[in-house]
Design a protein around this ligand. Structure first.
Ligand code: ADP
Ligand code: MG
Ligand code: MG
Length: 887
C-alpha cells in the first residue's frame, strides 16, 4: 500500500530533514526537530505526491488517504492525550502548507481547526479561560473563512474595528469573553449572508476543507506567479502539515515569537528575534501590537521599555537559547525559528535556513568557518555570487531621507550623485574641471561612450534592461537607471521635467541603479567594504577555483579597478573605444574620408602613437598578466556624424566640404550594420588599419616589457571570423608587421594571434580555424545575436513579452542560453582542442560575469572567463562554486 502520510511526535518521526521533496521544507524540518528530541507538537505530513495525484485525478484523493489520515490523527491524539472532534477531550489542529522551497503568498495557515459552537465551550471549561476559548474560535472562523471559503479578510477586519471603536478598546487583547462571543455571532451571520449556508461545524468536514484548500492553493495565481519568478517547477507540488495546536494566547504566561540564530541583517553572532505575550500565529509579523525583544541585550540596544523574554520568562528563554544553539549546530547554518510558549512551556513550530542580507551572508559564512562549524570551501558555497553586486558599489545610506522624483529600471547597480548634464560633451567638460555629473539622456548611443565614462552615473528616460545605456553602464560598472518614463528630457531648454518639479542643467540629482530610484539632491552614501569578510571569502574562493578570471577593460582606470578586484588579466580590450576621444576621432574620421590607401596610411600614422601609448599603459598596469586586444570591430559609420547639424560642424572643423562628408556617411550606410561591414571584414578591406594596430601592440609590448621587467605576451584578437581564410588573411599581416617591429627594435617577443568565436559558422568550423588561431574567445553577445537571429539592441521590446508569456525564462543576453548558444560554445571548444590541444579558451561578453553561465564555462572546461571589472569578484566566487560543483 502506498504511503501518503508521515507522522511525527513524541521524539520520533517517519521523515527526516533530507525528505524535502516528499514532505516539503516545513514537514521535513518538523520531523527532524522531533527526532532530535525537541519539543514539537505532534502531527503528520501529507506528502507532495498526494498533490501530484490530486491534479492528475481531477482533484480527488488516492483511496487509502482517508484511512491513513484517520490513523495518523488518532496517533496525534494519543500522544497529546486528546481526540479530534471529542468535546470531552478536545484536540485542535493547525493545517499548514509546505512546499519544498518556501513560497510566501501561496496559502495561509489555518489555526485552531476543530472548534465549533459546542467544542468552544469545552475549550473554555477545559482551559478555565473563556476569553482564550472565544478568541481562538473567532480567529479560526476568520482564517478558515478566508483561506478555505474564499471570503474577504477585510470583511472581518472591519467588523472587528467597528466593535473596537464602539467599545473604545485599543488592542485586541482588551476584548473580554462576552465581547468575543458577540463578535463570533456577527461573523457567523455575515458568513451565512455571504455564502447562503452556515459556517461548517463538523470538525472532519473542516479538516478536509482545509486540506483541499492547501492543495488547490498550489495552482492559485499568486503561487503560479511566484513559481515563475523563482524558477520553481509546477511538478513539485506542496505537502500539507496537520499538527496539534499549542496556544500562545492562553493569557500572560503564554507567548508566540520568531527568531534568527544570528542577526540576519548584520550577521552578528547573537540570537535575534521578537515575541508577543498572549498572542497567536502571525500576530508578531502582522504588527497588531509592537513586539518585544527576545534578549535583554537587544532590548537595551533598541531602547525598548517592554521587558525582554529573557526577563519575562527566564525558563522558557533558557530552553529556547539551548534549542537554537542545538539547531544551528545541527543544520550548520543560521536558522529562522518559530516558537510558541503555552503557559510557560516552550514549543518549537518551525526551523529553516534563514534569509539574510549579502553582508550578513558573508559574515556568517566566514564566522562559521572560523568557528569550525563549516569548512572554508563550504563557506564559499554559502554566498550567492550575484548578491555581491550590492556590496561592490556605493549604496544610499538606508537611514537617509529620500526625495524620489522618478522611478526607472534598476539597470546597473550602485548609487551616484552629480550635476545634471544632457550631452556627453558637457559631461567630459565638467569632469575635466573635477566636477561630478549625471548624464541624462532620452537614450544613449555608441557616441556617448566618452560621456558615459566621464559621468558618475547615467539616467535615461527610454529603453529597457538591455538598452545601450544599460548594457554599456553595466560593462563600465557605472550606476544606471534606464527607462524612467515618468521623467521628460527637453534638450532644447536644458530641463528635466518630473512630476511636480522641473530641474535644469547643473542641478544635483542622485540615482540608485539598484532600485531604479531618481532622487532630488545629494544623499548620504555608504562606501563598499572590500576587506575583512569579503577578502576572506575571496581568498578561499581563489584557492578552489580552476578557471582564471579576467576583465573587459580598455581604459587605465578600468584596468586598475579590475586589478584591485582581483582580475588576472584583460580578456577583452575593445580598441574602438579608444577612438571616440575628441582628438582621436578627428584622425579616425580623416582616415575614413581618405580616398586612397596612402591617405589612409597617413591618417593612421597619426593614430599610431596614441594607440601605442594606450597599450603601453594597459600592459604596465597588467604587469605581465595576459592582455587580449581586439582589432577594430564596429562599422566605420559609427565614427561619422549623423545629423545635418553635426555634419556641418565636423566638416567645418576638419575643413572638408560638408557634401563630401555627407556622401561618405551615406555611402557607409548599411541596412543591417550588425551583420554588415565590420569585424575582420574591415581588416580585409583595409589591411592598413589592422597593420597599424598590430604595430602599436607589438611596439607597446616591447616598451612595457622593458619598463616593467616583466615580459608582455600580447594576445591579438581578430573579431567576427566566419571562415578561416579571413583569419589567415589578417594573421599574415599581423605576423609581417610583428617581424618588422622586432627587427627594428632588435628584440624577440612572444605574442599570440587568435579569434573571437561569435558566429555559428566559426563554432562549426572551429577545428579548421584552430589551425591558425592560438586562442579562442567566445564572444557570446554576438554569438547569441547571430544564433537566435535577434538583435540585442531591438530585443528589449519583445523579449520582455516572451518572458511574461512564459515562452522564455531568462533573457539569453543576460544568462547564456545553454541548450542553443551553449551547444555552439561546447562544440567550438571541443573542436578547437581536437586540433590544438593547448589552445587557450575563454569567454568575453556579459555572460562572463553571470554565475549560471560561469558554471557552464567550467563544465566545458574553458580556461578563463572575462567580465566587466565590477563583476570580477562575482566571477571569482562563481568560478569557485562551479569548481566544487555547487554553482
Ligand atoms: P508560514 O509558512 O506562513 O510561516 P506556518 O504554517 O508556519 O505559516 O504558520 C503560521 C503561524 O502559525 C506561525 O507563526 C506558526 O508558528 C503558527 N502555528 C502553526 N501551527 C501551529 C500550531 N500547531 N500551534 C501553534 N501555532 C502554530
Ligand atoms: Mg504566512
Ligand atoms: Mg512559518
Amino acid at each position: 500500500m502506498a504511503k501518503w502520510v508521515y507522522k511525527f511526535g513524541d521524539g520520533q518521526a517517519e521523515g527526516r530533514a533530507g525528505d524535502k521533496e516528499l514532505l516539503g521544507g516545513k514537514g521535513a524540518n518538523l520531523a527532524e526537530m522531533c527526532s532530535l528530541g525537541l519539543p514539537v507538537p505532534p502531527g503528520f505530513t501529507i506528502t507532495t505526491e498526494v498533490c501530484t495525484w490530486y491534479y492528475a485525478h481531477d482533484k480527488s484523493y488516492p483511496q487509502e488517504l482517508e484511512e491513513q489520515v484517520d490513523a495518523a490523527l488518532d496517533e496525534v491524539g494519543r500522544i497529546a492525550g486528546r481526540r479530534f472532534g471529542d468535546p470531552e477531550n478536545l484536540l485542535l489542529v493547525s493545517v499548514r502548507s509546505g512546499a519544498r522551497a518556501s513560497m510566501p503568498g501561496m496559502m495561509d495557515t489555518v489555526l485552531n481547526l476543530g472548534l465549533n459552537d459546542e467544542t468552544v465551550e469545552a475549550l473554555a471549561s477545559d482551559s478555565g479561560d473563556a476569553r482564550f476559548a472565544y478568541d481562538s474560535y473567532r480567529r479560526f472562523i476568520q482564517m478558515y473563512s478566508n483561506v478555505v471559503l474564499g471570503l474577504d479578510h477585510e470583511m472581518f477586519e472591519e467588523i472587528l474595528e467597528d466593535e473596537k471603536s464602539r467599545l473604545d478598546y485599543e488592542v485586541d487583547t482588551d476584548f473580554t469573553a462576552p465581547d468575543w462571543q458577540r463578535v463570533i455571532g456577527i461573523y457567523k451571520a455575515r458568513i451565512e449572508e455571504e455564502l447562503g449556508e452556515p459556517f461548517p461545524q463538523e470538525p472532519r468536514k473542516q479538516l478536509w476543507g482545509a486540506i483541499g484548500a492547501v492543495f488547490s492553493s498550489w495552482m492559485n495565481p499568486r503561487a503560479i506567479t511566484y513559481r515563475r519568478l523563482h524558477g520553481i517547477p509546477e511538478s513539485w507540488g506542496t505537502a500539507v502539515n496537520v499538527q496539534a495546536m499549542v496556544f500562545g494566547n492562553m493569557g500572560e504566561t503564554s507567548a508566540t515569537g520568531v527568531a534568527f540564530t544570528r542577526n540576519p541583517s548584520t550577521g552578528e553572532n547573537a540570537l535575534y528575534g521578537e515575541f508577543l505575550v498572549n498572542a497567536q500565529g502571525e500576530d508578531v509579523v502582522a504588527g497588531i501590537r509592537t513586539p518585544q525583544n527576545i534578549t535583554e541585550a537587544a532590548r537595551i540596544e533598541a531602547g525598548s521599555d517592554k521587558p525582554s523574554l529573557e526577563k519575562l520568562m527566564p525558563e522558557a528563554f533558557a530552553s529556547f537559547v539551548a534549542i537554537s544553539e542545538k539547531l544551528e549546530k545541527h543544520y550548520r547554518d543560521m536558522q529562522d525559528l518559530e516558537f510558541t510558549i503555552e503557559r510557560g512551556k516552550l514549543w518549537m513550530l518551525q526551523t529553516r535556513s534563514g534569509k539574510r542580507t549579502a553582508k550578513a551572508a558573508l559574515k556568517i559564512a566566514v564566522d562559521m568557518a572560523r568557528e569550525g562549524l563549516i569548512t572554508p570551501e563550504e563557506a564559499v558555497t554559502r554566498i550567492d555570487p550575484a548578491s555581491l553586486d550590492q556590496l561592490l558599489h556605493p549604496t544610499i545610506d538606508p537611514k537617509a531621507e529620500r526625495d524620489i522624483i522618478g522611478i526607472g529600471l534598476p539597470a546597473s547597480p550602485g548609487a551616484a550623485t552629480g550635476e545634471i548634464v544632457f550631452t556627453s560633451e558637457e559631461a567630459e567638460d565638467l569632469k575635466s574641471q573635477g566636477r561630478k555629473v549625471i548624464l541624462v539622456r532620452v537614450e544613449t548611443s555608441p557616441e556617448d561612450i566618452h560621456g558615459m565614462h566621464a559621468a558618475e552615473g547615467i539616467l535615461t528616460t527610454r529603453g529597457g534592461m538591455t538598452s545601450h545605456a544599460a548594457v554599456v553602464a553595466r560593462g563600465m560598472g557605472k550606476p544606471c537607471v534606464s527607462g524612467a518614463g515618468s521623467l521628460r528630457v527637453d534638450y532644447r531648454s536644458g530641463m528635466l521635467m518630473a512630476m511636480g518639479t522641473v530641474l535644469k542643467k547643473g542641478d544635483i540629482i542622485t540615482i540608485d541603479g539598484g532600485t531604479g530610484h531618481v532622487l532630488k539632491g545629494a544623499v548620504p552614501m555608504l562606501q563598499p567594504e572590500l576587506s575583512g569578510d569579503f577578502a576572506a571569502i575571496m581568498e578561499w574562493a581563489d584557492k578552489v577555483r580552476r578557471m582564471r578570471v579576467r576583465a573587459n577593460a580598455e581604459t587605465p582606470a578600468d584596468a586598475r579597478m579590475a586589478r584591485s578586484f582581483g582580475a588576472e588579466g584583460i580578456g577583452l580590450c575593445r580598441t574602438e573605444h579608444m577612438f571616440f576621444d575628441e582628438e582621436r576621432i578627428v584622425a579616425m574620421r580623416e582616415m575614413i574620408l581618405s580616398d586612397s590607401e596612402s591617405d589612409r596610411r597617413a591618417a593612421l600614422a597619426k593614430l599610431l602613437p596614441m594607440q601605442r601609448s594606450d597599450f603601453v599603459e594597459l600592459f604596465e598596469i597588467m604587469a605581465g598578466l595576459p592582455v587580449t586586444i581586439r582589432l577594430l570591430d564596429p562599422p566605420l559609420h559609427e565614427f561619422l556624424p549623423k545629423t545635418e547639424e553635426e555634419i556641418a560642424e565636423v566638416a567645418a572643423a576638419m575643413s572638408v566640404p560638408a557634401d563630401k562628408l555627407r556622401e561618405r556617411t551615406e555611402a557607409l550606410h548599411e541596412f543591417n550594420p550588425m551583420l554588415g561591414h565590420r569585424g575582420c571584414r574591415l581588416a580585409v578591406s583595409y589591411p592598413e588599419i589592422a597593420e597599424m594596430q598590430a604595430r602599436a601592440i607589438i611596439e607597446a609590448a616591447v616598451e612595457a616589457g622593458k619598463a616593467t621587467g616583466k615580459p608582455v605576451v600580447p594576445e591579438i584578437m581578430v573579431p567576427l571570423v566566419g571562415i578561416v581564410a579571413e583569419l589567415n588573411f589578417v594573421k599574415e599581416r599581423i605576423d609581417q608587421v610583428a617581424r618588422e617591429v622586432m627587427k627594428e627594435k632588435g628584440v624577440e617577443i612572444e605574442y599570440l594571434v587568435g579569434t573571437m568565436i561569435e558566429l555559428p559558422r566559426a563554432a562549426i568550423r572551429a577545428h579548421v580555424i584552430a589551425e591558425s588561431a592560438e586562442f579562442f574567445s567566445f564572444g557570446t553577445n554576438d554569438l547569441t545575436q547571430t544564433t537566435f537571429g535577434i538583435s540585442r539592441d531591438d530585443a528589449a521590446t519583445f523579449l520582455e513579452i516572451y518572458r511574461k508569456k512564459g515562452l522564455i525564462e531568462e533573457d539569453p543576453f543576460v544568462s547564456l542560453d545553454i541548450e542553443g548558444v551553449g551547444e555552439l560554445v561546447r562544440m567550438g571548444a571541443e573542436k578547437g582542442r581536437a586540433t590544438r590541444p593547448d589552445i587557450k579558451l575563454g569567454i568575453c561578453g556579459e555572460h562572463g560575469g553571470d554565475p549560471a553561465s560561469i558554471a557552464f564555462c567550467e563544465k566545458v572546461g574553458l580556461d578563463y572567463v572575462s567580465c566587466s571589472p565590477f563583476r570580477v569578484p562575482i566571477a571569482r566566487l562563481a568560478a569557485a562554486q562551479a569548481a566544487v560543483g555547487r554553482g
